[in-house]
Design a protein around this ligand. Sequence first.
Ligand code: HEC
Ligand code: HEC
Ligand code: HEC
Ligand code: HEC
Ligand code: HEC
Ligand code: HEC
Length: 352
Amino acid sequence: MTSLRLRTAIMMTWGALAMVACRPANAFHDGGVSACNGCHVMHNSEEGQEVVIGGAGDYLLRAETASDLCLSCHATSLGSVLGSDPLAPPPEMGAGNFVFLLEDNLNDGADGVTNPINGDAAGHNINAPAHGIGADGTVAFSPGGSYPSHSLGCTSCHDPHGNGNFRMLRDAGPGLSWEPTFSYAAPTGIGLDIESAVTESNASHSAYNSGMSRWCGNCHQDYLSRHNQQQSGFSHRTDSALGGRASNYYSVYNGTDDPMGGNPATAYLADVPFEDLAVTTTSTQGPVNNSRMTCLSCHRAHATSGPRSGRWDFAVPLLSDDGIVSGSYPIPNPYPGPNQAPLCQQCHDRLP
Ligand code: HEC
Ligand code: HEC
Ligand code: HEC
Ligand code: HEC
Ligand code: HEC
Ligand code: HEC
């Protein structure tokens, strides 16, 4: 689209949106005409200066790429999704942090020194050159799917114009311009308020209500029905009920040193979340039989200092080993005591 035609399209959408009543959610993103200017350049010149518009497809954005634009507000405030130091990340709000993509080694396994795992394996790489982040250097497409890594950015997953969904996640259907069509609807859930200082704890956390695994399956289709972990050969059905055994075990688990001493009423562990319509951002109740396993029971959505965006480092024998070999940020141990086994144990009564 030429700049002129695009500007006309923006002006027309602007006019149409001005007539639509504002929805309450997403005061800025959904904020109607006054907000367009926060992200789009509406005129060719501003304050007498000629505004240089970059290459085709930049949508007259106020930054080099869409992700750079988002990060101009969200890097170190409003959720702080890209901290400035991978060894001192900002407080957790649920999605993890893109700063770990800047790590030079994430491998805390026995071969961590000889076989470093670069930060691009920390999670989803985003096209944000002004913030020093580029596409994944090792993986060309979404594993189990066909989404091209070089196109991955904030707007691959979030709708920049606000849509009332949990975290403005994209809906089923076509995305903006070239974006591939999503087959599965946005998940339902409630996030912590990014405009206040509240951070994640076992009593203050994202509430995952339904649909997260299917939504991840928009780009990781083959992982949806069956998540295969080839190295140790296990399969988890990631979009099904936990069942009695795992949910009972979760509900009484209180860490390796006290595996049966927990209380179901306070068993919710933000580091190993499950999906349930009854979960709220402040609920502490453990899971019941019908609570569901999701991709986010083991992964975070953005990135972590464990390879594969793990909620804990999948390669360490004890959580206290995290960060030692690689020198990367140690993911905090949610239980007291240094002998804590990996959090697979939250649902399993023996080391897998
Ligand atoms: C000019 C500053 C600004 C820019 C640029 C910006 N945002 Fe936001 N964003 C906000 C503010 C303010 C809020 C909180 C109010 C709201 O939800 O609208 C917010 C909220 C959000 C939320 C949380 C919504 C929720 O339900 O809690 C997400 C996700 C988000 N933005 C993503 C993005 C993405 C993706 C981009 C880039 C396309 C972006 N933002 C660009 C200011 C900005
Ligand atoms: C939070 C930032 C943000 C705000 C606010 C915003 N936009 Fe956008 N808009 C974007 C981004 C980013 C893209 C390009 C998406 C991409 O690159 O994936 C875009 C694309 C567009 C497009 C092209 C759509 C297409 O399908 O190709 C139009 C038209 C548009 N915006 C109009 C508006 C209007 C009108 C407003 C105000 C009501 C507005 N935008 C407010 C960030 C924003
Ligand atoms: C819009 C497409 C898209 C969606 C939606 C998506 N992913 Fe991805 N994912 C990708 C791409 C592309 C890659 C490979 C590039 C990269 O790792 O940066 C990837 C890589 C990954 C990786 C491997 C990271 C690494 O570097 O080894 C994990 C784990 C992952 N995704 C989990 C998830 C989970 C969990 C969800 C749902 C919360 C999800 N993805 C949703 C596109 C997507
Ligand atoms: C692969 C999909 C994906 C990409 C890419 C992505 N997000 Fe998110 N984002 C999510 C999901 C899913 C959540 C909800 C995570 C949760 O609560 O566990 C989220 C949460 C958030 C939040 C709420 C705060 C938090 O830490 O939970 C903000 C703000 C946000 N994203 C902004 C961004 C920005 C800015 C970018 C680009 C720099 C981006 N996202 C890229 C999927 C994505
Ligand atoms: C949120 C709970 C939960 C977490 C966390 C979890 N699992 Fe499971 N796991 C289950 C459930 C439920 C099953 C039953 C099979 C199914 O329906 O997918 C299962 C099945 C398995 C199986 C197949 C054999 C069996 O016992 O049925 C293996 C092996 C396994 N898990 C290993 C792991 C490993 C390794 C981790 C950590 C990386 C892990 N699990 C984390 C809930 C969990
Ligand atoms: C029980 C925990 C668990 C659940 C649930 C889970 N994963 Fe994984 N995932 C893992 C582990 C462990 C690895 C690392 C495997 C390895 O390094 O070989 C992994 C690796 C990945 C990778 C990287 C694969 C690669 O080739 O690098 C992707 C992508 C991924 N998972 C996506 C998903 C998606 C999408 C879902 C939901 C449909 C999901 N995972 C659910 C534990 C889990």
